[in-house]
Ligand binder design. Structure first.
Ligand SMILES: Cc1cc2nc3c(=O)[nH]c(=O)nc-3n(C[C@H](O)[C@H](O)[C@H](O)COP(=O)(O)OP(=O)(O)OC[C@H]3O[C@@H](n4cnc5c(N)ncnc54)[C@H](O)[C@@H]3O)c2cc1C
Length: 532
């Protein structure tokens, strides 16, 4: 198979035109191509009025591939699929390993262990994805929050309203394995070749159920409504776990457990701290969600191609560092999506974003964030970053007027340092509702100053980004974890047998990197079986 990268096509290209373009690279007649498959597709919108698709194709050709490779002058390369293979377990442990948390990190740690015949047990505090979806639907209608309902990805505590963008900056062969497993579990096949793979909240639920079935088929087990509430330790080693289940306290004998608890399990993080797990403060980022009409963003990015079915809703990634200020950047952009509630504690308002596979909602939004760190947290306690978050989230709850209403401010009012009293054309999508306000009443100056300085500059990067009635919704405070659970080169905490994992442990940011870290922790756990 030969791979030909960066074939630039107009959004209206036909299969024949693509085949002809590939043949031209090989200096071959189109008839020489036996097969052609797109292995990567990205949108090149650097020139707004000449938006192109950049395609990488895998072709098979009649005759000697090496000769064709030479004829292409190096543009075509022979490729052999690089398959990531899961390691095998040296032997079975006395007690089956436990995975705490069924987000992407936990699910992929469990899948890795199940594939190796280890019969892992997953303990998840939340309920299965369908009952969660019902909770969140009720919350969006009524504002009545079942704390912990709002989750991210995965099963039980997750999987309900994440956007399912599968971008990551890490280069790890496990990522390809994760994408293939997600596609096999029901995610849209195009995640295997899109440069920016996207599942969509609506398709994620079934994908997560598909992953659960894969783990169960391989001998794993997932128990929902099990909140791990204690570690049984002896001589610095894990001997078991205590969990609160539907019928009360349960005890599980185990000497190896992957802790993939996510960045919102504040009670569990406090418990681990009390039980002596070494941890440290970690920088993260805080800000707001900014919302614009989808058509404005599409036009700003794609010019006359805006709305073209081959392009879909446009995304953007902006950043700048105003003079004398901290850097500001956009994050987790949701084209044709909505701003959603992501609170996990009573009396706190937290926002995030999601979009369905179709990405056809009226607005587009993204997080607009500023980096914060230990010097902002006000104490050197390992969990001080969580207190910092909580203060901001509770101030936002008060500013929203309760009922999980979120405070909003128009860009023009934020720049003019005055409270918003009435909204403009952009209809905020956050549910259960919003309250016009002044976000400086819930966000500290180390965040509001850089945001105000950056908005006009970002408006120059993307026309209309700083339009006067763009809506800022507060607060986006869970971009990643403010804590890191320390682990050694073998993935273990100093409390032996505990494998800190994923975003909550401070080793991932986003679905794909969390899942890849889950696979890595599964591998480390198996290797640790060799330990005496
Ligand atoms: C609304 C929203 C949209 C997002 N969209 C995207 C996106 O499009 N793309 C992207 O890459 N990232 C997105 N993210 C972030 C992404 O979801 C996280 O990065 C990812 O889920 C982290 O995975 P994790 O497995 O480490 O933790 P989590 O997914 O948080 O999973 C942790 C699990 O542990 C469980 N748990 C916690 N404590 C206990 C306990 N004591 N006992 C038992 N179980 C416990 C929780 O209930 C939860 O299910 C989004 C997040 C939100 C909130």
């Amino acid at each position: 198979m030969l791979r030909i990268a960066e074939i630039r096509m107009t959004p209206d290209y036909t299969q024949e035109e693509l085949a002809a373009a590939a043949a031209r690279v090989l200096k071959a007649p189109p008839a020489a191509l036996k097969s052609l498959r797109i292995s990567r597709r990205s949108v090149d919108a650097r020139h707004r009025d000449d938006v192109r698709l950049s395609l990488t194709v895998d072709v098979t050709v009649a005759g000697d591939e090496e000769a064709w490779e030479k004829r292409s002058g190096g543009r075509a390369r022979r490729v052999s699929p690089h398959l990531y293979r899961l390691p095998e377990a040296p032997h079975k442990p006395e007690h089956r390993p436990v995975v705490v948390g069924a987000g992407p990190a936990g699910l992929f740690a469990a899948l890795t262990l199940a594939r190796a015949g280890m019969h892992p047990l997953v303990l998840e505090r939340g309920r299965d994805v369908d009952s969660r979806a019902a909770d969140v639907e009720r919350f969006r209608r009524t504002g009545v929050l079942d704390v912990g309902s709002n989750v991210q990805f995965g099963e039980g505590g997750a999987g309900t309203f994440s956007d399912g963008k599968l971008n990551t900056g890490i280069k790890d062969p496990r990522c390809r394995f994760v994408l293939e497993e997600l596609a096999a579990a029901g995610a849209p096949e195009e995640i295997l070749w899109q440069a920016k793979p996207h599942v969509g909240t609506d398709r994620l639920r079934d994908t997560v159920k598909g992953l659960r079935r894969a783990i169960e088929r391989e001998g794993g087990e997932i128990r929902f409504s099990r909140r791990v509430s204690g570690l049984l330790l002896a001589d610095g080693r894990l001997r078991g776990l205590i969990a609160e289940g539907p019928d009360g306290r349960e005890e599980y004998r185990c000497d190896r457990a992957v802790f993939a608890i996510g960045h919102s399990a504040r009670d569990t993080m406090a418990l681990l701290c009390e039980q002596g797990l070494p941890m440290e403060q970690k920088p993260f980022a805080v800000g707001v969600r900014i919302e614009h009409p989808r058509t404005l963003i599409d036009a700003g990015r794609y010019g006359k191609f805006a709305g073209h079915p081959a392009l879909g809703a446009a995304d953007y990634k902006l950043s700048c560092r105003p003079a004398g200020q901290r850097g500001v950047y956009t994050f987790c952009m949701c084209p044709g999506g909505t701003v959603i509630a992501a609170a996990s504690e009573d009396g706190g308002v937290v926002v995030n974003g999601m979009s369905e596979f179709a990405r056809d909602a009226v607005n587009s939004n993204s997080a607009l964030l500023v980096g914060v760190g230990p010097s902002d947290y006000g104490s050197d306690h390992p969990l001080a970053g969580i207190d910092y978050q909580r203060r901001i989230e509770q101030a936002a709850f008060r500013l929203g007027g309760g009922g999980y209403r979120a405070p909003v401010q128009l860009a023009e009012d934020f720049l003019a340092d005055r409270a918003t009293v009435r909204l403009g054309e952009v209809e905020p999508s956050y549910r259960p509702g919003v309250t016009p306000a002044d976000l400086r009443e819930c966000l500290p100056p180390e965040i509001t100053r850089p945001l105000a300085a950056a908005l006009p500059a970002l408006g120059r990067q993307l026309p209309g980004f700083d339009r006067p009635d763009a809506v800022l919704t507060g607060v986006e405070s869970r971009s990643s974890s403010p804590v890191r659970l320390l682990r050694d080169a073998g993935g273990q905490s100093a409390v032996r047998g505990v494998f800190p994992c994923g975003e909550g442990a401070g080793y991932a940011g986003g679905i794909l990197s969390a899942a890849a870290d889950g696979v890595r922790c599964g591998e480390w756990l198996m290797v640790s079986l060799e330990e005496k």
